[in-house]
Design a protein around this ligand. Sequence first.
Ligand code: HEC
Length: 184
Amino acid sequence: MNKHTQWVVTVFFLTVISAFASTDLEADRKAIDQAHGTTEAIRSHFKKSLQKAFKEKGAVGALGECKIQAPQMGVQTGTWEVGRTSHKLRNPSNQPRAWLKPLLEEYQKTPVSQHQKQRLVILGPQHYGYVEPIYVEAVCLNCHGAQISSEVQKELKGLYPQDQATGFKLGDFRGLIWLESRSP
Ligand code: HEC
């Protein structure tokens, strides 16, 4: 399946699910589009800024780049709160909210090849949650892999004494990007 077909199939699938959960299909579809657009903006920012910082400043210098910094990312978050969470956290303030816990567990238990690439959750009338999975790429291994340089290890220990986010392999499920719509 190419990317476009995958997207169409996913939207169709989500639409079917939404039909049972809500009567306002148009609003659900709009929410998915908006949430996906925001997620894409975050992903593209990460890709660029992390790799750039890594090249220019090395792994230790790039440590501060693995954060969601919505305003700097040019991401429109007016109607959405955004964040990341994981089953293995580095920063304890990235704990999953209650609605994210079962989703996180489900993604963790399911083989990566069978992961749903997007999920919309109806949290209330016009109140949405949305997630997309994050996977480990080559650049991530420098700070989340099994073999991390001693300088990075030292920094991480100082900054995140409870760090659990190491030992990942290429392609592993790393966590979720989540969005929650703000109350209208
Ligand atoms: C230069 C080091 C570095 C690299 C490279 C890096 N990260 Fe991180 N990552 C961190 C740090 C530091 C944090 C904690 C950020 C914070 O305080 O919120 C973090 C946090 C995260 C979190 C939030 C959940 C948590 O554990 O607190 C996710 C998800 C994540 N990284 C995924 C990735 C992915 C995917 C890649 C590769 C595309 C990547 N990281 C590359 C250093 C890095």
